[in-house]
Design a protein around this ligand. Structure first.
Ligand SMILES: *Cc1c(COP(=O)(O)O)cnc(C)c1O
Length: 462
């Protein structure tokens, strides 16, 4: 199994090298050269299996011979053992034929743990075998950073530097990044917004001297290993509701397009998905684009669902690559135009996108109203990201097809907004109850490439 860049100018890599590299050297994103297929019988045979066994069967074809079956099974088992729910990704019913997929039972209470815990174990196994070390740099709008630090803390072949927008993450998110005491994880509060953080990380990857000297690796949602880990719960939940005999739909609260793109891969692998619905908050570049208005950057406006506060959605490049029939030249040109503000999508690509994705947008008022109305209707307390998705799902669902809406974070991660909407202060699960008492460790830093690179060079522990 080979991995190729969406921009066509970087070397083809194995799964392991694509994972360790993150961003391709031509600025593109790695995708599998061919998407493996699971037959109707393969999918039917997933019924009743554990999450771990489902993960093994769904991801195995993407791994090639980078890990033996035995190694890969052990890695998966270690990755999910810290989850607080035996089903890992349990389904709850909200309404007739509407289901909530709870993806927040991992150590940092957001769906990012599904990919990050796995990637931590994969990195460790690969680097140990190679006798190698890396420096991970990542940008976060809140949840990726804590998930990465939790997954890599204490590993002696990795340093992790996480850039987050100062003052723009929730207190729980910040504390989850600033309280791990392990010397190899470093929180950086950048004076800028999430797009600035993401841009600086991209700049570091494009500074080849720096990149090579610190052995830079990325675990942002551009990392193909993360996307693949997220394909698993599309299968596990769909099979629980009757796939492959029955079609299902998904609505996904979307920011960087990693999660919903995993749904696209699941569909390409053979999972019978009817609709894949992109739900955005007021930062709605994806909804505007999927509605035919082109892909043009605006200003990021801080919202109640901060993990989706983005204007440039990095994994959308992968969606464009497939919509443009794998034409890497066309993708490279669009990404050039994006530097000057945006681009229009060609008619053919627009048709391909609308065949795969539907979309909707939820305002701030609607987010709060949905938290309140869902609590009354089903007793479920949603986090603001889940609320954005439930509102859009209700606009798209059909009576005859089960709709699975992804609940990407625990309500206790966003207590202020949840309390505002519902009057209920959502408590942290007991295993994190002392979060507010732990001491914090963070460096505030300018939105400046040289300052960041200097800080990283000086603070690597190995
Ligand atoms: C990251 C995140 C999202 C957005 O996921 P993408 O893969 O970036 O589209 C949604 N909700 C929560 C809680 C998140 O942490």
């Amino acid at each position: 199994m080979k991995y190729i860049s969406t921009r066509g100018q970087a070397p083809e890599l194995t799964f392991e090298d694509a994972m360790l590299t993150g961003l391709a050297r031509d600025g593109g994103l790695y995708v599998p050269a061919e998407i493996p297929q699971l037959s109707h019988d393969d999918i039917a045979a997933l019924a009743g299996l554990s999450y771990e066994e489902t993960a093994f069967r769904v991801m195995r074809p993407f791994i090639g011979d980078c890990f033996t079956d035995e190694e890969f099974r052990a890695i998966i088992d270690r990755a999910y053992q810290g989850f607080g729910h035996a089903a890992r990704a349990p389904l709850k019913q909200l309404a007739p034929n509407h289901f909530l997929l709870e993806l927040f039972h991992g150590p940092t209470l957001a769906f990012k743990d599904f990919a990050m815990q796995l990637i931590g174990q994969l990195f460790q196994a690969a680097l140990e075998r190679r006798g190698d070390r890396v420096t991970i740099a990542g940008a976060t709008s809140g949840d990726t950073g804590s998930a990465a630090m939790e997954a890599f803390r204490g590993l002696n072949n990795v340093d992790v530097f996480i850039l987050y927008p100062h003052g723009r993450v929730s207190e729980v998110q910040r504390r989850q990044m600033t309280t791990p005491q392990d010397a190899n994880v470093h929180a950086l509060a950048v004076d800028g917004d999430f797009d600035d953080c993401q841009a600086r990380v991209k700049d570091m990857f494009n500074d080849f001297d720096f990149r090579d000297s610190v052995k830079l690796a990325g675990v942002n949602s551009i990392n193909i290993a993360r996307v693949l880990a997220q394909v698993v719960y599309y299968f596990s939940s769909a099979v629980s509701l009757g796939a492959p005999q029955r079609k299902v739909s998904f609505t996904v609260p979307t920011g960087n397009f990693g999660d919903i793109f995993a749904g696209f891969i699941a569909k390409q692998m053979g999972l019978p998905i009817d609709q894949l619905v992109v739900a955005t908050n007021q930062n709605d570049i994806l909804h505007r684009c999927l509605s035919g208005q082109g892909y043009y950057k605006g200003d990021t406006r801080p919202s109640l669902s901060p993990s989706m506060d983005i204007q440039v959605s990095s994994n959308f490049e992968r969606a464009l690559f497939y919509a443009y029939d794998q034409d890497s030249g066309a993708v490279a040109q669009l990404m050039d135009e994006l530097k000057n503000g945006g681009f229009d999508v060609s008619q053919g690509a627009m048709e391909a996108l609308s065949e795969t994705y539907a979309s909707g947008r939820t305002s701030e008022e609607e987010t709060l109203a949905t938290i309140k109305s869902e609590l009354a209707a089903s007793g479920e307390l949603l986090c603001p990201h889940g609320a954005v998705a439930v509102k859009v799902a209700n606009e798209h669902r059909k009576a005859e097809v089960p709709m699975i809406t992804l609940a990407t974070a625990h309500p206790a991660k966003f207590p202020a907004a949840v309390e505002d909407a519902s009057g209920i202060h959502p408590p942290l699960p007991p295993r994190m109850a002392d979060l507010y008492e732990r001491s914090e460790r963070v460096t505030r830093i300018a939105n400046d490439l040289a300052a960041l690179e200097d800080h990283i060079r000086k603070n690597i522990t190995h």
